[in-house]
Design a protein. Structure first.
Ligand SMILES: [Zn+2]
Length: 177
């Protein structure tokens, strides 16, 4: 039964904004301290401690505004951009493992979902610190802000996404930083 300690929990901030996911273990203390409310429990599943059994949370919400940012993990990190683009290089359609700023950082390009694409090493090197036009390269797809569901589902999962999560998932806000 201890394995349920590592089941995923969806975390919302006090204004119902999706922050990300963490493990059951990661939220238990906050729930016992009354810092979080549990909005959804798993049905028919319990975690046993020495004298009690505890229901397993599936969606939780912070009661107070929280300072630390968990949803950073849902921003356009290299890993998330590669997940969104399914490792397809935006320039040649090959398999890519690097993240490219379409408008280069040195030219004022920002770290946003719309300005970042997956690129293979060869295309990334070829493009360098130029715009696609300058490099004579074109994008084979338009990068867009993904839905959080897409990102969460694209990650390697040990277990299926709980049905109760679906209505809490929403498009990711662009960070633009
Ligand atoms: Zn390429």
């Amino acid at each position: 039964m201890q394995s349920h300690l590592y089941d995923r929990v969806l975390v919302l901030d006090c204004r119902n904004v999706l922050m990300g996911t963490t493990s059951v273990r990661g939220v238990f203390v906050s729930i016992f301290r009354d810092e979080m409310d549990v909005l959804e429990y798993r049905h028919g599943v319990y975690i046993r401690s020495s004298h009690r059994r505890h229901r397993v949370p599936e969606v939780v919400r912070w009661r107070e505004p929280v300072r630390f940012i968990m949803y950073r993990s849902l921003g356009p990190t290299r890993r998330n951009v590669l997940l969104r683009d399914e490792n397809i290089c935006a320039y040649c359609g090959g398999t890519g493992y690097t993240r490219d700023h379409i408008l280069p950082k040195s030219r004022g390009g920002i770290r946003s979902w719309e300005n970042l694409v997956t690129a293979c090493e060869e295309c990334n090197r070829k493009k360098g610190a130029r715009t696609p036009e300058e490099a004579g390269m074109s994008l084979i797809y338009t990068p867009r802000k993904p839905n959080t569901l897409t990102l969460i589902i694209s990650r390697p999962q040990k277990a299926p996404i709980p049905k109760s999560w679906k209505r809490y998932l929403e498009p990711v806000e662009s960070t633009g930083t």
